[in-house]
Design a protein around this ligand. Structure first.
Ligand SMILES: [Zn+2]
Length: 219
């Protein structure tokens, strides 16, 4: 079995920030790949709005099967677990606090905690406030994951689509009073990856790293 498939079989919960395609594109084939082997449903944690989009626009038989109505020999293959923005919910042994962020569609960031540590994830966002309040008051924070989708040259597009650029990110990070934990950049648009990394490097933001997709991090 490939490492990829082994890893997939260990994933039993999926937590969604919002329903944009670059955040859900892997989900249909992920469920499809595991369909026959599941001995319990994959739990999809999302807001009611995101679940509605998935059921209406993706798992609607036209784009892909409506997995919520299908069973394998062991029972249901997916189950939606709705959460409300701004509340805390649990995923296995983890506590997940959701917080509204500032994106083109309803979207949430998360503070994810176990008994020892926490990390914060913005999801897609432009300038935001509530996320930083939670970050700043967290006493066990080990990492902040923040988006930087577009290069500075595409500032208009970033503004219209509610994303960050390196310059906007630098201003955003001035709201952060956590002085120790590393800041990882995520959700870089692949086409602009080198350009964005170059611009971020020029800004010399302390403790800034680019998150490597596929690498396992322990925080
Ligand atoms: Zn988005």
């Amino acid at each position: 079995m490939s490492a990829n498939m082994t890893h997939k079989r260990q994933i039993r919960d999926v937590v969604l920030t919002h329903a944009h395609l670059d955040h859900i594109a892997g989900l249909p084939l992920f469920i499809d790949d595991l369909f026959a082997s599941l001995n319990g449903p994959i739990l999809i944690h999302a807001t009611a709005e995101v679940i509605n989009v998935l059921e209406r626009d993706i798992f609607n038989w036209s784009v892909y099967p409506k997995f919520s109505e299908l069973m394998n020999r062991n029972g249901r293959v997916i189950e939606y677990v709705p959460f409300k923005p701004g509340v805390e919910f649990t995923v296995r042994h983890l506590r997940v606090r959701s917080v509204d962020v500032n994106h083109k569609v309803p979207s949430t960031g998360f503070i994810v905690s176990d008994a020892l540590s926490s990390f914060a994830l913005t999801g897609d966002t432009a300038e935001t406030e509530g996320f930083w309040e939670l970050v700043n008051q967290n006493e066990t924070l080990s990492a902040i994951l923040i988006e930087c989708a577009f290069p500075d040259e595409l500032d208009d597009l970033a503004r219209i689509s509610h994303h960050l650029t390196p310059k906007r990110l630098k201003i955003e990070l001035e709201k952060c009073t956590q002085t120790e934990c590393p800041i990882y950049i995520v959700n870089i648009k692949p086409m602009y990856r080198d350009q964005i990394i170059h611009q971020l490097t020029e800004l010399k933001i302390p403790r800034l790293e680019i998150l490597n997709v596929g690498q396992v991090y322990e925080w």
